[in-house]
Design a binder for this molecule. Structure first.
Ligand code: HEC
Length: 160
């Protein structure tokens, strides 16, 4: 007898979550590490103790915020977290058509999804990105961004 076992990625992750118990672990989602990281515009820096965060996005997103337009689909916002001048991790938000529909209403953050990448660009599988969404949901009125309000003040050098 031949047993054909078909495992979808989704069921693998569901099983992983089951075995890991609660809290549910992170899953790869729609967020991809931005290929154009070097082309993103670094519009603000946040310093806290030994942590320095460089926050960046596309030129198109900056123009959209300035003009009071919705941020275009496909946009990445990246927070590069430096410790001792080395990249410690990347926090990434990506907006995409239908991204929000993949979550139930109370978790949903518009059409944004969130991900934590290590310096080698692998995903931190110990993080549950619902946490990211839960905190950023407070910024619903500004596209779920905490530092979007700084964009209009950006004149070429990162706003501090
Ligand atoms: C407890 C609240 C909280 C959680 C949880 C959180 N963030 Fe944030 N995030 C912030 C704040 C506040 C800022 C503004 C920068 C700062 O003050 O460090 C920010 C900034 C950002 C930015 C830059 C764009 C912006 O909103 O200004 C990105 C990208 C980001 N976070 C992604 C993530 C990801 C990915 C996760 C989960 C792995 C996450 N955040 C979890 C509060 C949070």
């Amino acid at each position: 007898m031949k047993l054909v076992v078909r495992l979808s990625l989704a069921s693998l992750f569901a099983a992983g979550a089951l075995f890991a118990g609660t809290p549910v672990r992170a899953e790869p989602n729609r967020v991809m590490f931005p290929e154009n990281l070097d082309e993103l515009v670094h519009y603000t820096t946040v310093r806290r103790g030994e942590v320095t965060e460089h926050i960046m996005t596309t030129r198109e997103a900056i123009d959209a915020v300035r003009n009071g337009q919705p941020i275009p689909s496909g946009t990445h916002f990246v927070l590069v977290d430096y410790r001792d001048e080395e990249v410690y991790r990347y926090f990434v938000m990506e907006k995409g058509k239908g991204y929000g529909a993949e979550y139930e209403e109370r978790r949903r953050t518009g059409d944004w999804q969130f991900q934590w990448f290590w310096p080698d660009r692998s995903i931190n599988m110990d993080e549950n990105t619902a946490r990211c969404q839960s905190c950023h949901s407070s910024q619903e009125d500004s596209e779920y961004l905490f530092t979007g309000y700084r964009i209009p003040r950006f004149d070429g050098s990162p706003v501090e």
